[in-house]
Write a protein that binds this ligand. Structure first.
Ligand SMILES: [Zn+2]
Length: 251
């Protein structure tokens, strides 16, 4: 059995102390495929090492929408494209819009989102999309781009999910299904077609236990919760999600 973690920050400084052990735990618990999201120089450096060591890990790189306060220059975008050429990531992400945490950088976010979608198109790479309190703008921008990929940590309605799926996107769910009283994500998952479903931790972030560091090995709990919502065996769900994960990178 293989569990895929469709979004985790393995290069995060929060894992600097015990990264090897953390990856050991992850592999032992069947989490053998993952997308490593790298949105800083440090994370990218670590991510590149990990991709070399574990060929089943995919590498995504991007300028994060929350990271545009200090530098939103044209040069930053040009440097980013140079780095993409040099590094050859498997994906561009996470990119998108975050009007919840950073409403004041909205205009820069839109610009950087569009430009990174263009880069993904140019290099034929899938994308990983971050969207918070910006569903309409995100959808309108994606609709005009031919890039495809994953909507990460989805928390919207089934109607919106259907719109993204119509464009060709996969929808990825995180630990929110584990919260007691999490009615909405459960209802959305009930209605989600399996062939568009992905599962992720966003580790070290979005732990189901407030204040605790999230680890990719914990993705299994999310699989179990979703398998029970769907009324299916865990192994069957793992197989379907692994197939979806591989499809994202087939282009
Ligand atoms: Zn993330």
């Amino acid at each position: 059995m293989i569990c895929c973690d469709a979004h985790c920050h393995l290069g995060s400084r929060q894992f600097d102390e015990d990264r090897d052990q953390m990856i050991g735990r992850m592999l032992k618990d069947d989490v053998k495929k993952a997308i490593i999201i790298c949105c800083s120089e440090h994370d990218l450096e670590v991510g590149l090492e990990l991709r070399k060591k574990y060929p089943s890990f995919k590498l995504a790189m991007a300028i994060h929408p929350q990271d545009l306060e200090d530098d939103h220059s044209e040069k930053r975008l040009l440097d980013f494209e140079e780095k993409v050429k040099e590094v050859r990531p498997d994906m561009i992400g996470e990119i998108g819009l975050d009007y919840y945490s950073h409403p004041h950088t909205k205009d820069y976010q839109i610009e950087f989102f569009k430009r990174q979608l263009d880069i993904a198109e140019t290099y034929h790479l899938p994308v990983d999309i971050h969207c918070r309190k910006a569903a309409n703008d995100t959808y309108e921008i994606l609709r005009k781009s031919s890039a495809l990929g994953i909507i990460h940590s989805y928390s919207g309605s089934i109607e919106m999910a259907r719109q993204y799926m119509k464009l060709g996107y996969y929808i990825s769910f995180g630990a929110s299904v584990l919260f007691k009283g999490a009615r909405k994500p459960k209802e959305v998952i009930e209605k989600m077609p399996l062939e568009r479903l992905l599962i992720e931790t966003d580790a070290p972030y979005q732990s189901p236990v407030i204040g605790q560091r999230h680890e990719p090995k914990d993705v299994k709990r999310i699989y179990e919760a979703i398998a029970s919502i769907k009324g299916m065996e865990l192994s069957e769900l793992c197989e379907i999600v692994e197939h979806n994960f591989d499809e994202v990178f087939k282009g």
